[in-house]
Design a protein around this ligand. Structure first.
Ligand code: ATP
Length: 282
């Protein structure tokens, strides 16, 4: 039996540079994993079947599940003819901008690689992961990294300082495709720079990190769902040093260097929003 944790991610920066001819967008993002995790348990089966079970009500357990897809692709890439039961204890909110499904796919690739003894490197697993989704390669490595291309080209960075993170997910659903569809590249006022964020992180100074942060999708999601802006304002009012939407939303994260403050913010939010999580970047 193999255990793997699947960490959620936040975007410290998210920039969209161009629309590609294949329909995807060219992005540049500084990604950071947090210690809010799904937990995967993988067991070998006697037959050659793949099966997924999960405690999450609205997550599919057939080939649409990204961990299931990961198992099929790993088998295809290695020629292995073994089966597995993958149980996903889901803690990361679904369709939240936190890459929960991608994290599960990456954890399944890492875990099955051990269970089936297929001995692929993380770089090889990341290549397989890119066929599942743009965020999967980053989730193979975790930590702090710049993601380019459609998100699958990873430049790993030194670990970011340990910040406390309050994740607030309003009860709304956001379609990533709709948000990218509504984005007008010529209307982006300020492009965050991954290079500046890298420098800021290396100084370990949160004030510099704040100056370098930015998510060009935030105004788009906020226009459709003004709640996102209200949560952001509230996080700042309650004492977060910084607050920003993750991915295409709707989750907003607040950062602070002080655990007590993060706990207080999370507790206050819980009185009016159900899905609030306190976690860390380390
Ligand atoms: P991203 O930040 O990468 O855009 P997200 O956090 O917005 O991702 P996910 O939680 O990954 O979104 O879920 C998106 C969709 O993927 C859901 O509608 C869900 O049905 C489907 N899905 C497939 N496999 C999984 C999985 N293992 N966990 C969660 N969702 C999954």
């Amino acid at each position: 039996m193999i255990y793997e944790s699947a960490r959620a991610k936040i975007n410290l920066t998210l920039d969209v540079i161009a629309k590609r001819t294949d329909g995807f967008h060219e992005v540049e993002m500084v990604m950071q994993t947090v210690d809010l995790c799904d937990y995967l348990t993988m067991t070998e089966r006697d037959d050659e079947q793949i099966a997924v079970t999960t405690n999450a009500a609205f997550v599919p357990t057939d080939e649409r599940n990204l961990a299931y897809k990961a198992a099929l692709l790993l088998r295809e890439a290695t020629g292995v003819r073994k089966g597995a039961l993958i149980d996903i204890d889901k803690r990361i909110p679904v369709a939240a901008g936190l890459a929960g499904g991608s994290a599960d796919a990456a954890a399944a690739l890492r875990g099955l690689n051990r269970l089936w003894n297929t001995r692929l490197s993380h770089d090889e697993l990341a290549e397989i992961g890119a066929r599942i989704g743009s965020d999967v390669p980053f989730c193979i490595y975790g930590g702090t990294a710049i993601a380019r291309g459609r998100g699958e080209k990873i430049e790993r960075l030194p670990s970011a300082p340990c910040y406390f993170v309050v994740l607030v997910k309003p009860a709304i659903s956001v379609s990533t495709a709709d948000i990218y569809g509504a984005l007008r590249l010529d209307r982006i006022v300020e492009h965050p720079s991954a290079r500046k964020m890298t420098e800021a992180l290396s100084t370990r100074d949160l004030d510099r990190v704040v100056l370098a942060a930015g998510n060009v999708l935030e105004p788009i999601t906020t226009e459709i769902h003004p709640e996102v802006a209200r949560i952001k304002e509230q996080l700042l009012r309650m004492g977060a040093v910084f607050a920003q939407m993750s991915g295409s939303g709707p989750t907003v994260f607040g950062l602070t260097t002080r655990e007590q403050k993060a706990k207080r913010i999370a507790m206050e939010f819980k009185t009016w929003i159900k899905e609030v999580y306190l976690c860390r970047t380390c």
